[in-house]
Design a protein around this ligand. Structure first.
Ligand code: AMP
Length: 437
């Protein structure tokens, strides 16, 4: 039986792979203009990094990580032995922890330095239940800014993300930007308690999972998909009523920068996002129609304590990640198609096998000159070589054959105008290298 791609993964076939490449290039352009530079970190890290960085009680770490093991270590485990902590590895479920680890490891933000502005693009892995817009391997593009706690960093990031979506073709009117502040280590503990007490007081009306969350991670109850829980949580205490003065001022300033840039947003005091490391600003971008429940195309926030969690000195941070596959769904919902792949410049055809070497040599010469040249590799008839040239979108076809060779020429056909003319063999490369009139 044929083997298919694993559940929850997707092949990016050539038209889409070309789009993904352009998508990343657009991100590099838009984010690069704000000073962000590309970083590449490994797709797997020590499991401990995600446990400490993302938080043990999060769904991502407790249920969804793909933990990998080498063949050698697997044998050790099976025979009852133990493997060292540094050999416990997991595929990255998100990009922030790895980037922050790299910043700490390479001391990219020495004391007093300007913030490190980094961007990444690549696959992430989560063992979630696959559905439309939710995969087990998916691509994210993200940024991290480490070393500044100013609200201008947050606003700059949010604004450039919205510019990016527009640059790839997602209509602004189809997106909703939600913002909130999650407070800091000073004001959040009291708020957490208030939410925990609220859940305990309404325990009978809430699902088992939310009752469990009350102790471990009460704020996650805001994300519960159960309708009854959602209705109860509407009455829960709001973080905005519990922010300390510093957090309130930070939040107000972020919003004032967004206002100044005319970036519309909706304040959502129930937006808490799934990962433990967020402090202060959190935000999410949703697509309003055609995406069902997986409508978040990106989000992020501030994480001022994360660097310390992974063993670095205190280094405030801000970042976001956007989901490539969800953006593709958003583009589909908006009726935007992938751009066509660029066609072939010249198809080098031959009437018979004697002329094959001439067609082959010309294709090599044209490629060296920078053109996209194709030819037949299957002994097709001239007619079916023309069919293939058409399918490949060839702008011109050059035909080599006995009649042509006898006259020292090849026939050049313009596929758009159907015009044909003989061109001397020694002038072919030069004529074809010229852009078409
Ligand atoms: P997160 O890292 O959970 O904040 O997710 C950031 C973005 O990545 C989301 O807004 C989604 O667009 C995308 N994303 C997260 N999980 C998945 C998944 N399992 N499949 C596809 N896209 C995802």
């Amino acid at each position: 039986m044929a083997i298919n791609a694993p559940e929850g993964t997707r092949d990016l076939l050539p038209a889409e792979a070309a789009f993904w490449t352009r998508f990343k290039a657009t991100a590099q352009d838009v984010f690069g203009r704000c000073g962000y530079q590309l970083i590449e970190t490994p797709v797997f890290e020590q499991t401990e990094l995600f446990v400490r960085g993302i938080g043990e009680a999060t769904d991502v770490v407790s249920k969804e990580m793909f933990t990998t093991i080498s063949g050698e270590n697997l044998k050790t485990l099976v025979s009852g032995g133990t493997v060292k902590a540094k050999s416990r590895l997991s595929l990255r479920p998100e990009g922030t922890a790895g980037v922050v680890r790299a910043v700490v490891q390479h001391d990219l933000v020495p004391q007093g330095a300007a913030p490190a502005k980094l961007m990444y693009a690549g696959p992430m892995f989560r063992a979630e239940r696959p559905q439309k817009g939710r995969q087990r391997q998916f691509n994210q593009v993200g940024i991290e800014c480490l070393g500044a706690e100013e609200p201008s960093v947050d606003a700059e990031g949010i604004i450039m993300l919205m510019r990016f979506y527009e640059a790839v073709g997602i209509p602004r009117a189809s997106m909703r930007l939600l913002v909130n502040s999650m407070g800091c280590e000073k004001c959040r503990p009291a708020y957490r308690e208030a939410v925990r007490d609220f859940i305990c007081a309404h325990a009978a009306d809430m699902c088992e999972e939310c009752n469990r969350r009350a102790e471990l991670n009460p704020l996650r109850a805001f994300d519960c998909k159960n309708e009854q829980c959602a209705a109860v949580m509407e009455q829960a205490p709001k973080i905005t009523d519990h922010l300390c003065d510093d957090c309130r001022e930070h939040y107000e300033t972020v919003k004032s920068y967004l206002d100044a840039a005319s970036v519309a947003y909706v304040e959502d005091p129930t937006l808490v996002r799934g990962l433990d490391y967020y402090t202060r600003t959190v935000f999410e971008v949703q697509v309003t129609e055609g995406m069902g429940s997986q409508n978040a195309i990106g989000g992020g926030g501030r994480y001022d304590k994360l660097a310390e969690e992974v063993g670095g000195r205190p280094t405030p941070g801000f970042g976001f990640a956007l989901g490539y596959e969800r953006c593709v769904l958003a583009l589909e919902a908006a009726g935007v198609a992938f751009p066509a792949l660029p066609g072939v410049d010249v198809f080098c055809a031959c009437v018979d096998d004697e002329a094959r070497a001439q067609a082959f040599a010309l294709a090599c010469e044209l490629r060296d000159a920078g053109l996209v040249a194709e030819l037949d590799h299957q002994h097709r008839s001239l007619k079916s070589q023309f069919k293939l040239a058409n399918k490949l979108g060839a702008a011109r076809v050059v035909v080599f054959g006995p009649d042509e060779t006898a006259q020292g020429v090849a026939t050049v056909r313009d596929m758009a105008t159907h015009e044909e003319r003989p061109v001397p063999l020694d002038a072919l490369a030069q004529v074809l290298a010229k852009p078409q009139a």
